[in-house]
Design a protein around this ligand. Sequence first.
Ligand code: AMP
Ligand code: MN
Ligand code: MN
Ligand code: MN
Length: 283
Amino acid sequence: MIDLHCHTLHSDGTDTPEALALLGDEARLTALCLTDHDTLGGIPAFLAMQPRVKTRLLAGTELSCRFLGRSLHVLGLLVDPADARFQARLEELRGRREDRNRRMILRLAELGCPITHEEVQAQAGTPLLSRVHFAKALAARGFVRRAPEAFERLIGDDCPGFVPREELSPAEAARWIREAGGVPVVAHPGRFAGGGFRWDEAMRDLQAEGLEGLEGYYGEYRAAEQKYFVALGQRLSMVVTGGSDYHGTHKPGLRLGSGRGGLKVPDDLLEKLETQQRLGTYR
Ligand code: AMP
Ligand code: MN
Ligand code: MN
Ligand code: MN
């Protein structure tokens, strides 16, 4: 089994890259791709673990895009971590994230929940601050009882304390990832829109914009969703990938490799992904 989607404390997970590599080995994964949001910051330490583990360690990232007025996540799998232009582009995204964070702190103060940048930073292991760190800081100050309540009342996508950041277009994200030698993949499409949504049409549009794969196997899919998205990928000749979206203790009960228990991402998906990476067209 493999896992092509997971996070460390370089974004909104709680494990170090070293611990994640060891966890992949313990889970007897054939391959593990680290995909922190907007950064390759954990990749050097992660790849440096290769001599100590049997699991193949791979580089990736996860970017946020604007699609149909909502946030769509795109994985950049197998990107070249040494690509200077891609690094600069990610740095720009992190700058936009910091702008958003500063404005969110001002907004939260207006809503009667004054927290400081330092208090949010204290909840994070690296300088990349995500809403999960805001949630923990709000709980630490007693503005909410527990972190999930912060997402329900204050900083969830439709809540008054949420400030959107300027996001990429799917075409831009796909181009950046391709130019860094990686394969652009629509992350967890089932989380963007579920039953009733006309995915055939939307996914064809995304494919036309340069998205080459979709995440058919996912840590939080129900069996029917997995079946639907694997079939959709095959129908559209897109490369199908899969991963747990492991975040350490920020997603309780979700395990690397096996997700909520039943996740099994087949090894041969990686061979197809690598063929896609080389040839650019899927067959
Ligand atoms: P950010 O990239 O800073 O906007 O934060 C997004 C992250 O917050 C996601 O990757 C999730 O880890 C987390 N998140 C977003 N919405 C929720 C929610 N409703 N409940 C729990 N965590 C969430
Ligand atoms: Mn996340
Ligand atoms: Mn995501
Ligand atoms: Mn993720």
